[in-house]
Design a protein around this ligand. Structure first.
Ligand code: FES
Ligand code: FES
Length: 161
């Protein structure tokens, strides 16, 4: 199978790798580059566990994206969200609102929320729920995740400061 030399910038670090045409971005991140905070769930674009951000805050499913098509892209995984030793407000809101149980969905869910709040900084509950369609959590029942998103929205807007 044809191989492709590509460069990805992952969490600010430039990484060169060679991938076969059928290598998914998820496998390239996890298996080739060691970013195991990006999770494999379904492999078919239905659970959101593999969500990463591309070139800012556009969320994509790593399992549905071929690595070879991402040459030159800048990728953010959950491990790249913290800045200067401080968790991203969305990460902190998930912790403070008990929106994490087993944690398997959490990296992808947090990244999806970062993307959602960038597009719509003050979403309604319905907008949060529809924005998170495609991100499955088997543990929390979603209520605490919705509360965490509302809390993160307020924090990012500076409400209560
Ligand atoms: S592993 Fe990619 S959407 Fe489930
Ligand atoms: S916290 Fe377990 S799947 Fe979401």
């Amino acid at each position: 199978m044809k191989k492709h030399a590509i460069t990805l910038t992952v969490n600010g670090e430039e990484r060169d790798l060679v991938v076969p045409s059928n290598r998914t971005l998820l496998d390239a991140l996890r298996e080739d580059l060691g970013y195991t905070d990006t999770k494999y769930g379904c492999g078919t674009g239905e659970c959101g566990a593999c969500t990463v951000l591309v070139d800012g805050t556009t969320s994509i499913n790593g399992c549905l994206t071929l690595a070879a098509t991402m040459d030159g892209a800048s990728i953010t995984t959950a491990a790249g969200l913290a800045q200067d030793g401080n968790l991203h407000p969305v990460q902190q809101a998930f912790i403070d609102n008990d929106a994490i149980q087993c944690g398997y969905c959490t990296p992808g869910m947090v990244l999806k929320v970062v993307s959602l709040l960038d597009e719509n900084p003050t979403p309604t509950e319905n907008e949060i729920r529809s924005g998170l369609e495609g991100s499955i959590c088997r543990c929390t029942g979603y209520t605490k995740i919705v509360e965490a998103v509302q809390d993160a929205s307020n924090r990012m807007a500076g409400v209560g400061e």
